[in-house]
Write a protein that binds this ligand. Sequence first.
Ligand SMILES: O=P(O)(O)OC[C@H]1O[C@H](O[C@H]2O[C@H](CO)[C@@H](O)[C@H](O)[C@H]2O)[C@H](O)[C@@H](O)[C@@H]1O
Length: 358
Amino acid sequence: MTNHAAFAAEDAVTAVAAQAQPGRHFASFPPRRARDCRKASLGRMDLATSAVVMAGSLLDSMKASSPRHAMSPTGADQEEWIENHPSALEWFEGVLAAAEGKQIVMFLDYDGTLSPIVEDPDRAVMTEEMREAVRGVAQHFPTAIVSGRCRDKVFNFVKLEELYYAGSHGMDIKGPTKVSNHKAKADEVLCQPATKFLPVIQKVYKTLTAKMESIPGAMVENNKFCLSVHFRCVEEAEWDALGREVKAVLDVYEDLEITEGRKVLEIRPTIEWHKGKALLFLLECLGFAGRGDVFPIYIGDDRTDEDAFEVLRNMGQGIGILVTKFPKETSASYSLREPAEVKEFLHKLVKSNETKKG
Ligand SMILES: O=P(O)(O)OC[C@H]1O[C@H](O[C@H]2O[C@H](CO)[C@@H](O)[C@H](O)[C@H]2O)[C@H](O)[C@@H](O)[C@@H]1O
């Protein structure tokens, strides 16, 4: 864990203390079935986990997502931050050296990583050039999309059948629809640890949708195993009211909790499952668990991605890359500034692998 100062920036990330799993060993392929992964997720999520919004601090957390300090080359704090989290493009050779002789496995968040952040969540499309970059990477390395969106929705944005998809913050994992050289049966749902929460999530979706009608600009997105209450288009003066409404609705559901993303409150079951667990599960599915010659690369921009960065840090394998223009408290070891740089990084990886193969 880095110990540099926290910065008030657009989507400031708070300190992470997700549960570590050092030296965890896995069975190899074939993948575990959904029932097994439900068992693995039993129990309440540790409240120290990064994204959980603590009682009383909701408005403060929401306000912390206002842009203030873009990274400038002149600020000493920014310089220190970039020294601790160097650009994965500028230090590309270092990344390659660390991955030398190992199997790269690629994990990609969607919003803010493959697509730019936009006001309307339904319009967060990814460019054809980015799709080509992801397609290229998937031809060389097993690749998964890990998103807070529901799986179908993120698939409809990405539209690549050869990838693994972990939707609803990893609570809904499916193998490739089109199987290439990676070990997987086509079109298989691999893990859904939160199915028993579906009825309550749908009930809360209806309640919150009705409540949010009185707040101009507020929007509730149904992500199947979790919900997103968007406030990007809500006047700041209304955020307190919005936060209180959401908290009041959630107060009677002890099985659900509020976590926070970029101008969004996320409602999810309090199970011990997150993007980091999804990463470990996918490594197991791919037959790479417990192997020292695997090099997972996880690229993400949001608080919920911190759980995956933390898992990699604790494994001591692979790297986390945070996409940000702002210094943030993070467990990622590298950074990229925006989706355009993510695309360039993916292209460079492909090119270097092609060169290596001759
Ligand atoms: O894990 P992710 O794939 O990064 O999903 C996290 C949330 O992303 C989306 O919301 C964010 O992007 C929107 C479109 O750019 C933006 O309008 C919103 O303010 C951002 O928070 C998605 O709509 C949410 O459901 C996801 O939870």
